[in-house]
Design a protein around this ligand. Structure first.
Ligand code: SF4
Ligand code: F3S
Length: 115
């Protein structure tokens, strides 16, 4: 099992999650963070830290949704830099909270800065 970052993180990117992870398995994109499923120890401490409710245990997803977010977290956590120190959320983070289909319409493949 692993936890996964899902759609509502995109362009919200509060980054509260990264500071609590005991195994430093968050990786930073330009407007999204990914968890590395092979490194996550399934401790669950990041889930309640996210103001956008964008972190879920993999068993909360099913079928195509599970496959989609497992693939996205796996792919990008292997190419983006690790991030362990919180920085400020984007100034318009609140405006993006709850906007649907962010992955399809707003996701950036570009890496973030990392630590
Ligand atoms: Fe890190 Fe634990 Fe969250 Fe996995 S569940 S990403 S180990 S804080
Ligand atoms: Fe994203 Fe939530 Fe972390 S918005 S960056 S998963 S705190």
């Amino acid at each position: 099992m692993t936890y996964l970052v899902v759609d509502n993180c995109i362009k919200c990117k509060h980054m509260d999650c990264v500071e609590v992870c005991p195994v430093d398995c968050f990786y930073e994109g330009e407007n999204f963070l990914a968890i590395n499923p092979d490194e996550c120890i399934d401790c669950g401490v990041c889930e309640p830290e996210c103001p956008a409710n964008a972190i879920v245990p993999d068993n909360a997803l099913n079928g195509a949704e599970l496959e989609k977010w497992m693939d996205i977290n796996t792919k990008y956590s292997n190419i983006w830099p690790v991030i362990t120190q919180k920085r400020d959320a984007p100034p318009d983070a609140e405006d993006w909270d709850g906007v649907p289909n962010k992955y399809e319409e707003h996701f950036s493949e570009a890496p973030g800065e990392g630590d």
